[in-house]
Design a protein around this ligand. Structure first.
Ligand code: AHG
Ligand code: MN
Ligand code: MN
Length: 328
């Protein structure tokens, strides 16, 4: 019998892995992702393509779908009774749950629409989320600055040929495919495992000249294949949406890199620690892979800013280990 996401949550509740507030929150996330999926699928017909004409706090031009997805998440999560506050790529500061709603014991962070440059070309995009416990007292941006290791749940929804919800509550990684005929997420993979070795890598090589030496050395070796020190030929992929790269790695292994580069010393990488790197690192570790910033595990980094950026190397453990040793 096919297992729905709700059944999975109920089993985790019974097993004492998660509590009712987390069940409610994750069920809401799944529900909201269907609303975003609906917009994505209808594209031009839903009037959601193109630029919003605004910038976010990180100076990035927002797409209409960035803004719409953020609104869907903010509106849908705040009344669940499960969160005291939320933070998003598309909001300058955190949003404390309004007085009209019950405050819950959790905080949620999200990248409502990942891979924005793919929206208008009908290429894969996604939503990423991370859940931590809310500290006692007033909620502010500082409340969210917890190490990734403290996440109680994380996951993504990938909007592509199939819509797939991937989640961890700290006991392995599970995938659920959206059944368009019933509107239900049905479990399609469990005990997701990333093999330690791989022959596939992902990096935006157009940034080569800006990379630091350890990354240039590693990618040079990957490209040399059997003629170089790695003694193996590697294949390359780049989808330009972290959700899609992580999904591929969870399905068939690989290493994904978005290193720090020398263009702007104030930006240690492109990806954001709190709502991109941390939730993905949690999934990757739960599937037996590794995620580092070149020096330490992503999950052990003490965040200092809500929108802080970080270098990311994640995926099959042997290759992440190799590139990490090149840094040290
Ligand atoms: P976002 O759309 O949420 O800003 O994230 C985009 C990120 C990430 O998903 C992807 O890996 C990367 O940007 C793509 O960067 P390039 O445009 O440099 O390829
Ligand atoms: Mn993103
Ligand atoms: Mn985004």
């Amino acid at each position: 019998m096919s297992k729905t996401f709700e059944q999975f949550l109920s089993e985790q509740l019974t097993a004492g892995v998660i509590d009712q507030q987390l069940v409610n929150l994750l069920a809401a996330v799944a529900q909201l992702s269907k609303q975003i999926n609906d917009k994505v699928t209808n594209g031009a017909l839903a009037g959601v393509l193109g630029a919003a004409g605004t910038d976010n706090i990180q100076g990035e031009h927002q797409k209409k779908l960035d803004v719409i997805s953020n609104e869907i998440f903010v509106r849908g999560v705040q009344w669940t009774g499960s969160v005291s506050g939320m933070a998003s790529e598309e909001m300058d500061h955190c949003l404390v749950t309004p007085d009209a709603y019950r405050r819950g014991k959790y905080l949620i962070l999200f990248d409502p629409l990942d891979g924005s440059s793919n929206i208008d070309i009908n290429a894969p995009i996604g939503t990423i989320f991370s859940v931590t416990k809310a500290p006692k007292g007033e909620i502010s941006d500082e409340s969210f600055l917890q190490k990734g290791r403290k996440q109680v749940a994380a996951g993504y929804v990938m909007y592509s040929a199939q819509t797939i919800l991937t989640v961890t509550v700290g006991k392995g990684v599970y995938m659920f495919t959206l059944d368009l005929s019933t509107g239900q997420y049905i479990m399609s993979k469990e005990a997701v495992h990333i093999a330690p070795s791989t022959a596939e890598f992902a990096i935006n090589a157009s940034n080569w000249r800006h990379w630091e030496r350890p990354v240039q050395r590693y990618v040079q070796e990957l490209l040399e294949g059997i003629n170089g020190p790695l003694d193996k030929n590697f294949n390359m992929r780049w989808v330009a949406a972290m959700v899609a790269e992580v999904h591929r790695i969870l399905c068939r292994g690989g290493i994904f890199m978005y290193p720090k580069d020398n263009r702007d010393p104030t930006k240690p990488g492109k990806l954001r620690l709190m709502y991109e790197a941390n939730p993905m690192a949690f999934l990757i570790e739960q599937a037996g892979g590794r995620a580092t910033n070149g020096y330490e595990n992503i999950l052990d980094i003490q965040p200092t800013k809500l929108h802080e950026r970080v270098a990311v190397f994640l995926g099959s453990s042997e290759e992440v280990h190799r590139v990490t040793t090149y840094h040290i």
